[in-house]
Design a protein around this ligand. Structure first.
Ligand SMILES: *[C@@H]1O[C@H](CO)[C@@H](O)[C@H](O)[C@H]1NC(C)=O
Ligand SMILES: *[C@@H]1O[C@H](CO)[C@@H](O)[C@H](O)[C@H]1NC(C)=O
Length: 412
C-alpha cells in the first residue's frame, strides 16, 4: 500500500469510530430520556416502589429495609436515652421494672438499613429544631407506645413540661423551654363507633336479623381526634389491630355495622371492606382539615408475635433473640395464613388507600417483624401474654429514630 492510502485508511477508520461513538451516545441518551429506563434504574424502582414515600424523604435510602445487628454498646446508648424511671411508661410495658428476663438484653440490637445508617435522633437538637411545633399521634395503643417513647426521650433532656389535653387529646405535654407540644389522641378505628341495638320499631338492619352490634360511621372521625388535624403541625396516624378483633367486634354476637351519611350501608359489609371505606374517608378528612404545611404520616401495621395460638388461646412469645429472615417469612407470609398475618394484611389495605394521597408512609413493619423478643410477654401483667405491645425502652425508640430521620429530610 502507498503511504497516501495508509493515511486515508487511518482517516476513514477514525471517522468510522467517531460516528459509531456518536451514534452510540445518541442511542443511549434517547434510550434514557424515553419512557424505558436503563436496567439499573428499573430494577431499583421495582424493588422499592412500595416505599416511594420513604425514599423521597430519606435522600434515596430505604430506612425500612435492613437487619438487626447485635451491638452491646447499643444497650448503653438506649439506657442513656431514658430508662424504667420514666413515669409515663404504662405499667404493662415497663419490662425492666416488671423483671422480664431479657428486658435490657433486647436493647442491645441496632437496626441497620441495607444502604445507609439510621442514627439515634438527638433530643436536644430535635427540641431546638421543632420549637413552637405541635406533634400529634392519632391511633390505637401502639401509637401510644410510640408516643411514650418520644415523650420519655425528650423528658430526659428537658424536664419542664406542662400536661394538658387540647383538641380532644388523651394526653399531651408541652416542653416549656421550647414550646414543643406532643400529644396522643386515642382512637381504635379512626372512624366513630358505638354500641348498636335493634330498635323495637324495626328498621332495615333489624329486618335482616341483626340484634346487637357496633355502628361504625365510616365517614365521621371519632371525636377524640376530629380537631387534631387543625391543631397539630405534624400528624402520625395509625389503625389496624381493631379491625379484626372478635373479642370486641364479634362477627355474630356484636358485628361491625357500617354507616355512611347516617344510613346503614347495604348489604352489610365485612370488616376489611369497612376498613377500606373508613381509610378513604379519614385520609380525605385529614387532607381537608389540616393547615397548609402540615406534615402527615401514616404508620404501617405493628406486627404481633403470638406462637402456639392466638392471644386468647394460650399463645406466647418467649423468644430471647430476634427472628431469622426465614422465620419472619414463615410467621407473617400471607400464604401461610398464620396467627399473625394481620400485619401484612392491614398493610395491603393501607398502601392501597394511601396511594395518591399526600401522606408519607412510616414503614415500621419489616423491622418490627424480626423482634419477637421485644414484647412484654408474661411481664405484661395480664392473664394472657402480651405479644402485641412493646417493652419500653424498646423498639418504638427505633420507630421514632425512623420518624425523625424522615422528618429532617422532609421539612424545608
Ligand atoms: C407555641 O406554639 C404554638 C403552636 O405553634 C403557637 O400557636 C403559640 O403561639 C406558641 N406560643 C408562644 C408563646 O410562642
Ligand atoms: C385463615 O385462617 C383463619 C383461622 O385461623 C380462617 O378463619 C380463614 O378462613 C383462613 N383464611 C384463608 C384465606 O385461608
Amino acid at each position: 500500500m502507498a503511504p497516501r492510502n495508509h493515511l486515508s485508511f487511518l482517516f476513514l477508520s477514525l471517522l468510522c469510530f467517531t460516528s459509531l461513538s456518536l451514534l452510540l451516545s445518541f442511542l443511549k441518551n434517547s434510550f434514557l430520556s424515553s419512557s424505558s429506563p436503563s436496567p439499573v434504574i428499573s430494577s431499583r424502582t421495582i424493588a422499592t416502589r412500595q416505599f416511594k414515600h420513604d425514599e423521597v424523604s430519606s435522600g434515596g435510602c430505604d430506612f425500612s429495609d435492613g437487619f438487626w445487628i447485635h451491638d452491646p454498646k447499643e444497650k448503653e446508648r438506649s439506657l442513656a436515652r431514658y430508662d424504667e424511671t420514666c413515669k409515663e411508661i404504662f405499667k404493662g410495658w415497663n419490662c425492666i421494672l416488671a423483671g422480664k428476663s431479657n428486658a435490657k438484653e433486647l436493647l442491645s440490637w441496632r437496626w441497620k438499613p441495607k444502604a445507609c445508617d439510621l442514627p439515634n435522633f438527638d433530643p436536644i437538637q430535635f427540641l431546638e429544631r421543632y420549637r413552637n411545633t405541635n406533634i400529634g399521634f392519632v391511633g390505637d395503643s401502639l401509637n401510644r407506645n410510640m408516643f411514650v417513647s418520644l415523650f420519655c426521650t425528650l423528658r430526659h433532656v428537658s424536664s419542664e413540661v406542662k400536661k394538658w389535653r387540647p383538641a380532644g387529646a388523651d394526653r399531651c405535654y408541652t416542653f416549656l423551654k421550647f414550646n414543643l407540644t406532643i400529644g396522643y389522641h386515642r382512637t381504635n378505628l379512626l372512624a366513630r363507633y358505638g354500641r348498636w341495638s335493634a330498635n323495637a320499631n324495626g328498621g332495615v338492619l333489624e329486618s335482616l336479623g341483626y340484634k346487637e352490634g357496633y355502628r361504625v360511621d365510616v365517614d365521621i372521625p371519632e371525636g377524640t381526634w376530629a380537631e387534631a388535624p387543625s391543631f397539630h403541625d405534624i400528624l402520625i396516624l395509625n389503625t389496624g389491630h381493631w379491625w379484626w378483633a372478635p373479642s370486641k367486634f364479634h362477627p355474630q354476637k356484636s358485628p361491625m355495622l357500617f354507616f355512611e351519611k347516617g344510613l346503614p350501608i347495604l348489604p352489610p359489609r365485612p370488616p376489611h371492606e369497612g376498613l377500606d371505606m373508613a381509610l378513604r374517608h379519614m385520609i380525605l378528612y385529614v387532607e381537608r382539615r389540616v393547615r397548609p404545611g402540615t406534615i402527615k404520616y401514616f404508620r404501617t401495621q405493628s406486627p404481633r408475635h403470638f406462637e402456639g395460638g392466638d392471644w386468647d388461646q394460650g399463645g406466647s412469645c418467649h423468644r430471647m433473640q430476634p427472628l431469622s429472615s426465614k422465620l419472619v417469612d414463615a410467621l407473617f407470609s400471607l400464604s401461610n395464613n398464620g396467627t399473625n398475618t394481620e400485619a401484612r394484611l392491614v398493610n395491603q389495605h393501607l398502601y392501597k388507600s394511601l396511594e395518591g394521597s399526600s401522606f408519607n408512609i412510616l414503614d415500621v413493619t419489616r423491622m418490627s417483624e424480626f423482634r419477637a423478643d421485644a414484647h412484654p410477654s408474661t411481664a405484661g401483667g395480664k392473664k394472657h401474654d402480651d405479644c402485641m405491645h412493646w417493652c419500653l425502652p424498646g423498639i418504638t425508640d427505633t420507630w421514632n429514630d425512623l420518624f425523625i430521620a424522615h422528618l429532617s429530610n422532609t421539612r424545608i
